[in-house]
Every structure is written in C-alpha cells, then in structure tokens.
Design a binder for this molecule. Structure first.
Ligand SMILES: [Zn+2]
Ligand SMILES: [Zn+2]
Length: 112
C-alpha cells in the first residue's frame, strides 16, 4: 500500500485530497464523506524528512586521524585529515585537513 493513502471510514473507498478554502480535506467519492487532513501528521512527516541531515552532522563527530601539518591560520602543528572525492570518479580524491585547535577549526585542502 502506498504511504499517505487514506481510506473512508464509512465505505472503505480511497479518500481523495481536495482543497477547501485554505485547508485540505480528504473526500470520499462514493459517499461524500469528508475528513480534515490532520495538520499534526503533516508536521510529523516533515520532521522525519529532516532527520538525514542530522545524521550527516553526527558523522562529523567521528574522530578523524591526526597528522603533522601546520595550520596557516593559527600555527598549530597538528591537523585532522581525510580524503574526499570532490570531482569526477576518475580523478584522484582531494586530501582535506582540519586544524585540531578547537578555537580555530580551519579547513583546507591539498591536491595530490
Ligand atoms: Zn465513503
Ligand atoms: Zn588553526
């Protein structure tokens, strides 16, 4: 059953969304039964959609390996590093560095 589909509680037919003024109602074509679309449900769906971006932020917390590399901003001698494919897959990945100084957090890249 496709998600988001709702059925008439009277006859079991599929309810069709219909605009009624500013709000959206679900209407049964068979018995003319109408129901207001639950605004709270819509909000819950929207919050679920937002979750993936939160997961990406959490990924950033994962500790990265540290290498000896001088930060050009604060002079700190250590930096986190990782590789990232930024362009076409046939090109070499870009090496990224992030200053370990929590007050600086300067990020730079180096092409191999
Ligand atoms: Zn009905
Ligand atoms: Zn720095």
């Amino acid at each position: 059953m496709p998600s988001g589909l709702e059925f008439c509680s009277k006859c079991g037919s599929i309810l069709v969304p219909e605009k009624k003024g500013k709000s959206l109602v679900l209407k049964c074509r068979k018995c003319k039964f109408t129901r207001k679309k639950d605004a709270r449900n819509i909000k819950l769906l929207e919050e679920k959609k937002r979750r993936p971006s939160v997961a990406i932020i959490e990924k950033d917390v994962v500790p990265l390996p540290i290498t000896e590399r001088e930060c050009e901003k604060c002079g700190n001698k250590k930096a986190y590093y990782w590789l990232q494919q930024t362009r076409d897959a046939d090109e070499p990945p870009t090496q990224f560095f992030k200053c370990t100084n929590t007050k600086c957090k300067h990020v730079w890249r180096e092409y191999k």
